[in-house]
Design a protein around this ligand. Structure first.
Ligand code: SF4
Length: 381
């Protein structure tokens, strides 16, 4: 019997790198897309016959740089290697500014039924600051084109906590986005790795530093506003209209198995978390030379770490950690196992204990990391 899993495919190409980006992506290498897709197909074929797919997620990078023909070829390959659930959620991440209705209709014909559009802001000054290539009106046009092309299940990604961003511009972006009625909104607080261009501009004093208090206020505003628009805040950074929660990501947060293919993609199978090499040239070289191993890291998630990860991921969700499920699946008494952490976090007002579950309080959602690290096992020194 085939194991039922989610499939993630990483596409690491972008037209230009955004000024905040810390994802595995490259710019000015679009000529390498064909060879990369051949590598992906080889990786897919290596897993032939093993899995039944509940969901497929094309992430990046900018997967919408692929032509409709390239998508169709990938889907052929996926269909030969795996069985695909009739109800499978199939998502493609895309950037505005390059999307036509013909392209979107071709994606629908391939089986894609969910789009995730990287809108980020509906303010042109903010889009410029982020180094995005699209304008606000192009983002709105992309959303409308997607709707006209028959897509009902659309996510918009937005970013808050930008340097110098006030509450008013964020409120305008949120209001405009929510009034369009996308089924799903992902709101991310800007965080910068030292190598990001924006981090350098802040360091040089060209931009003001990030303001965590302002970001907290923007998050609270989103919580209050989106409720009024009929969204359910089902995960720390994600809001959805009822029934439109992202099933692929939900399955990852519940530590269900998934296979990740492509450069830097991670899998979680048989209680192992494996991650492919993160260097594009190395990935292509290894696949082309028929290497059996593309894996850079392979951790067996020991009991303590696995339990901690499962608790942390479950706490990200609105429903929190189901105590009975944890007791059953891990053969422990969750409340006793973490009694010190739980009583401290409840006292701090970060965690709420109900009869059958543990969940973050509104304050805990704002200060998630303060909660999460307490569940991690001590690392050997
Ligand atoms: S589109 Fe996404 S992956 Fe590509 S450079 Fe911008 S932030 Fe990075």
């Amino acid at each position: 019997m085939r194991e039922s899993i989610g499939l993630y495919l990483h596409f690491p190409f972008c037209r230009r790198r955004c000024y905040y980006c810390s994802f595995v992506s490259t710019e000015n290498r679009e000529q390498d897309i064909p060879v990369y897709l051949e590598c992906l197909k080889r990786e897919i074929s290596n897993h032939s016959g093993r899995f039944h797919l509940k969901s497929i997620y094309f992430g990046g990078g900018t997967p919408s740089l692929m032509t409709a023909g390239q998508f169709a070829e990938l889907f052929d390959c996926i269909g030969q290697a795996f069985t695909i659930d009739k109800q499978a959620e199939i998502t493609v991440e895309m950037n505005p500014g390059m999307l036509t209705s013909g392209y979107m209709e071709d994606l629908r014909n391939c089986g894609v039924n969910r789009l995730s559009i990287g809108v980020q802001s509906l303010n042109d000054d903010e889009l410029g600051l982020l180094g995005r290539l699209h304008t606000a009106s192009e983002a709105l046009a992309a959303f409308r084109t997607a709707c006209r092309s028959g897509f009902d299940n659309i996510n918009m990604d937005l970013i808050y906590g930008l340097p110098g961003q006030g509450i008013e511009t964020w409120e305008k972006t949120l209001n405009l986005a929510a009034s369009l009625g996308p089924r799903h909104l992902s709101l991310y607080c800007l965080s910068l790795e030292a190598t990001a261009i924006l981090a350098g501009q802040i360091e040089a004093g060209i931009l003001p530093p990030l303001d965590p208090d302002m970001a907290a206020g923007q998050y609270e505003l989103a919580e209050a506003m989106l409720d009024g628009y009929g969204y359910r805040h089902y995960e720390i950074s994600n809001w959805a209209k009822p029934g439109y929660e992202c099933r692929h990501n939900l399955s990852c947060w519940l530590m269900e198995p998934y296979l990740g293919l492509g450069v830097a993609a991670s899998s979680y199978l048989e209680k192992h978390r494996r991650t492919n090499v993160a260097c594009l040239d190395e990935y292509i070289y290894l696949v082309c030379s028929g290497a059996a191993m593309l894996i850079e890291t392979d951790e067996e998630t020991g009991c303590d770490l696995q339990l901690a990860e499962a608790v942390i991921l479950a706490l990200r969700l609105e429903n929190g950690a189901d105590i009975a499920r944890f007791n059953r699946e891990y053969g422990i008494d969750l409340l006793k196992h973490y009694s010190c952490q739980i009583s401290e976090l409840v006292d701090l007002g970060l965690l709420s204990r109900k009869e059958n579950s543990l969940s973050l309080t509104p304050k805990g959602r704002l200060l998630g990391n303060e909660v999460f690290w307490r569940f991690l096992p001590e690392q050997p020194s």
